[in-house]
Design a binder for this molecule. Structure first.
Ligand code: PLP
Ligand code: COI
Length: 337
């Protein structure tokens, strides 16, 4: 194993020692298999290639100050992958199989779990694909579930330093009654052009508006959106955004520290009224936003160059639970023995 520069990790692929695979054939799941290969051999007509039968998840394992390794809310990822499977007619991975695969892959790759003081973590990426051949547009009757891991640092290179978002009305990532609320690869393919342009123009991500009216805030490219307005934590309610497990956790923590929590439609013009704005997700954690630029209207919304007070408080609470520094009253973490 080569030495890893834990403190300077970005968010990117690197090879760990092992990954897990499990096949669904003849209507049932097989055993978890351990692999040390980065490759998969698939049928040329597999539905994942032709018709996008693919769903993935993202979760993290953290090494605490006490040396223990904790995984955050993996049952929620299992549930969400089941919803994704239903949404594009794939075989569902049972929760116990999903969680067992996560435990196993973390244990097999302990050397890749970053040390506590690096601020980095082990990213766990479960993946479910249709592997059986079809040329008519139909679901596969065979599936492959895999889980890989890699050590990662911050998703946005700024880490917890505020970043910039941009609004473009000429792109949608998901249709109102489409696949935005599940985690399927097609949503991310649909976001590449806008995301690439945003990076070229100096922004860390696109802030999408609702596809129907272009009036309400949906979410950021790879993360949910939240804002602080006085004593309230506000986050969009929309049929085309991914139900973020981080956001769900932040709503609970916000309410625990005495904030009012609102999940509702957010008119884009309300950006002018917020005290703090942030993106949240497993990869993004909390990424404070210092500027949202509405490129079509040439309007800039500014929130300051330092993370806001409440964003800092929520970030510390969440990280505290993930790294085992704070009590975990809702049993969100599981220790990997
Ligand atoms: N929204 C999108 C589109 C995402 O890809 C993600 C990442 O998983 C999130 C939101 C955040 O979800 P979570 O907090 O469950 O990681
Ligand atoms: C995550 O936060 O886990 C994600 O999946 C976001 C992105 C890397 C697609």
């Amino acid at each position: 194993m080569k030495t890893i520069d834990w403190k300077n990790l970005g968010f990117g692929y690197s090879k760990a020692d092992y990954n897990i695979r499990c096949w669904y054939r003849n209507g049932q799941w097989g055993d978890l298999e351990i692999s040390d290969s980065e490759n998969v051999s698939l049928h040329i007509a597999a539905t994942t290639f032709h018709y996008g039968q693919e769903a993935f998840e993202g979760l993290k394992a953290f090494r605490g100050k006490d040396g223990k390794i904790r995984v955050f809310r993996m049952e929620e990822n299992a549930k969400r992958m089941q919803h994704s499977a239903q949404g594009i007619m794939m075989a569902e991975v049972p929760t116990e199989l999903f969680t067992e695969a996560v435990r196993k892959v973390v244990k097999l790759n302990l050397a890749y779990v970053p040390p506590y003081d690096s601020g980095a973590s082990l990213y766990v990426r479960p993946l479910l694909i249709g592997t059986g051949p079809q040329i008519g547009v139909k679901p596969s009757d065979e599936y492959l579930f895999m889980v890989m891991v890699m050590p990662v640092g911050p998703y946005f290179k700024e880490g917890f330093k505020p970043t910039d978002l941009v609004i473009y009305r000429e792109y949608d990532r998901a249709a109102p009654l489409g696949t935005g609320k599940i985690k399927v690869g097609g949503n991310y393919a649909a976001s590449l052009v806008a995301g690439h342009r945003a990076h070229d123009e100096g922004f860390s991500a696109v802030l999408y508006l609702d596809a129907r009216e272009k009036k309400y805030i949906d979410e950021c490219g790879p993360a949910n959106f939240f804002a602080i307005k006085g004593n309230t934590y506000v986050t969009p309610k929309s049929e085309s955004i991914l139900p973020s497990i981080t956001n769900m956790s932040l709503r609970q923590l916000a309410s625990d520290v005495g904030l009012k929590v609102e999940e509702r439609r957010i008119d884009v013009e309300e950006l002018a009224e917020f005290d703090e704005v942030g993106a949240c997700g497993t990869a993004a954690v909390i990424s404070p936003i210092k500027r949202v630029y509405d490129a079509d209207k040439d309007i800039e919304y500014l929130y300051g160059n330092e993370p806001g007070k409440i964003s800092v408080q929520l970030y510390e609470k969440l990280r505290g639970i993930q790294y085992g520094l704070e009590p975990d009253p809702y049993h969100w973490t599981e220790e990997i023995e």
